[in-house]
Design a protein around this ligand. Structure first.
Ligand SMILES: *Cc1c(COP(=O)(O)O)cnc(C)c1O
Length: 366
C-alpha cells in the first residue's frame, strides 16, 4: 500500500521524503546526540552553528557552487526576495532592470520591483495566456540593465526554462523556488538565486538565497538590517532568531539528496522519468487531458492540464481524492488539474497516478 502522504501531489507546501519525515518525527522528541527537542534548541548554540554550516556545505557540493557565493537562510519567503533584490540592485538606478513576465509568479515579482525603480518587461506571455516561454530570438537583452530577473519554473502554469538565459556581463537573478535542487544548474552563472524551501526542499519558513559577493558588497547601509544582504552575511543568517526547525529539515533533505539519491544528476533522471510518464499520458489521451504548456517548455515539476469541461475536472478531483491522491487541484488562478511531482514524489506514486488517469479516461470518454 502506498500511503496518502506518498501520493501528495500538492503544488506547495510539497511532499517530503518519508525517511526525512521519520527523522523529523524523532527530532521533535529528541535530536540524536543533543538530547533536546528540535523545537527548543537555541539558535546561538554551537550545535545550530554546525547545522547551518553543514547545510551550506551540502548545497555547495550539490550545485558545485563557487566560493564567491554566500548562502543565506532568510525569512519572508520568496516574496520578500521580490523586494529585497530591487532594494539592493535597483534603488536610485537610471537604467531599467529587465524582467521576464512568464506567468503567475513573474507577474507578482514585476509588481514589487516597480516599487523600487525602473523596470522593463522584456517579454510577456500575457497575450498567449502564459502557455509558453520566450525563444532566444524573442529576447533582446540590454548590456546596460542593472540585472535580469526571471523565474526558472512557473509553478502555476507548469513552464520551465530548459536553459540559462541572459548575458554574461549583466547580473542574472532567478527565482528558483519550485525547481531548486531538482536538477543540476549552472548556479555560478547567476548573481542571486533564491528559493523558499516549501516546494521542494523543506517546510515553509526558510528561504535559501545564494548571493554573489559583488551583490553583498553593493548592499547599502541605508536598508533595514534585516533586508540587507551584507548584514545577513556578517551575522551568518543569525541576525535575529532564524527558523531553526525549518533549516534542520532542509539539512535532512540535502543529506537525503547526497546520500540516498546520490546527487542532482540522479535526482534529475528520476524527475525526468516521472514527468515523461505523465506527459505521455496527456499526449496519448487524444485530447482528453489537455496540457497547459507548449511541449518545448513543459515543466518537470508541475504538470498542469484540463479535462474537456469543468464538470469533468471536478469529477476527476473527487475520484482521485477518493483513490488516495491529494493536492491535484490546479492553482486557483487557472483552475484545472496540476500534478506537482517534486523531488520527494516517487516513481511508483507517479505510476499510480498514470494508472488512475488511464482508468478515468476509459470510464469518462464519450
Ligand atoms: C510559491 C512560489 C512563490 C511564493 O513564495 P512565498 O514563499 O509564499 O513568498 C514565489 N515564486 C515561485 C516560483 C513560487 O512557486
Amino acid at each position: 500500500m502506498i500511503s496518502r502522504n506518498a501520493l501528495n501531489f500538492s503544488g506547495g507546501p510539497g511532499a517530503l521524503p518519508e525517511t526525512v519525515l521519520a527523522q523529523v518525527e524523532a527530532a521533535i522528541k529528541e535530536v540524536p546526540g543533543v538530547g533536546l527537542s528540535i523545537l527548543g534548541i537555541s539558535h546561538r548554540s554551537d550545535w545550530f552553528a554546525s547545522i547551518v554550516e553543514e547545510t551550506e556545505n551540502n548545497i555547495r557540493t550539490l550545485l558545485g557552487l563557487s566560493k564567491d557565493f554566500h548562502i543565506l537562510f532568510l525569512q519572508g519567503g520568496a516574496t520578500q526576495q521580490f523586494s529585497m533584490v530591487p532594494m539592493t540592485l535597483l534603488r536610485g538606478q537610471k537604467n531599467a532592470a529587465e524582467y521576464l513576465d512568464t506567468g503567475y509568479w513573474s507577474s507578482k515579482v514585476v509588481a514589487e520591483a516597480r516599487r523600487e525603480g525602473p523596470v522593463k518587461v522584456l517579454w510577456s506571455g500575457a497575450s498567449c495566456g502564459f502557455n509558453r516561454l520566450p525563444e532566444e530570438g524573442e529576447l533582446d537583452f540590454s548590456p546596460e540593465a542593472p540585472y535580469l530577473h526571471y523565474v526558472s519554473n512557473e509553478t502555476v502554469e507548469g513552464l520551465q526554462f530548459q536553459r540559462v538565459i541572459g548575458r554574461d556581463d549583466v547580473p542574472r537573478v532567478c527565482d528558483m523556488s519550485s525547481d531548486f535542487l531538482s536538477k543540476p544548474c549552472d548556479a555560478n552563472k547567476f548573481s542571486v538565486i533564491y528559493a523558499h524551501a516549501q516546494k521542494n526542499i523543506g517546510p515553509a519558513g526558510v528561504t535559501i538565497v545564494l548571493v554573489h559577493d559583488s551583490v553583498v558588497k553593493a548592499s547599502s547601509d541605508e536598508l533595514p538590517s534585516f533586508l540587507n544582504y551584507r548584514r545577513q552575511v556578517e551575522s551568518h543568517s543569525n541576525l535575529n532568531t532564524p527558523p531553526v526547525f525549518a533549516i534542520y529539515v532542509v539539512l535532512l533533505v540535502t543529506r537525503w539528496l547526497l546520500n540516498d539519491v546520490g546527487g542532482l544528476e540522479n535526482m534529475a533522471q528520476i524527475n525526468r522519468h516521472k514527468a515523461e510518464l505523465l506527459y505521455a499520458m496527456l499526449d496519448n489521451s487524444e485530447g482528453f487531458y489537455n496540457g497547459w504548456s507548449r511541449v518545448e517548455d513543459r515543466s518537470q515539476m508541475n504538470v498542469a492540464f484540463k479535462l474537456p469541461n469543468a464538470e469533468l475536472d471536478k469529477k476527476f478531483l473527487a475520484e482521485s481524492h477518493e483513490a488516495g491522491f491529494s493536492g491535484l487541484n490546479g492553482h486557483r488562478a487557472i483552475g484545472g488539474i496540476r500534478a506537482s511531482i517534486y523531488n520527494a514524489l516517487s516513481v511508483p506514486a507517479a505510476e499510480k497516478l498514470v494508472n488512475f488517469m488511464d482508468d478515468f479516461l476509459r470510464n469518462n470518454r464519450k
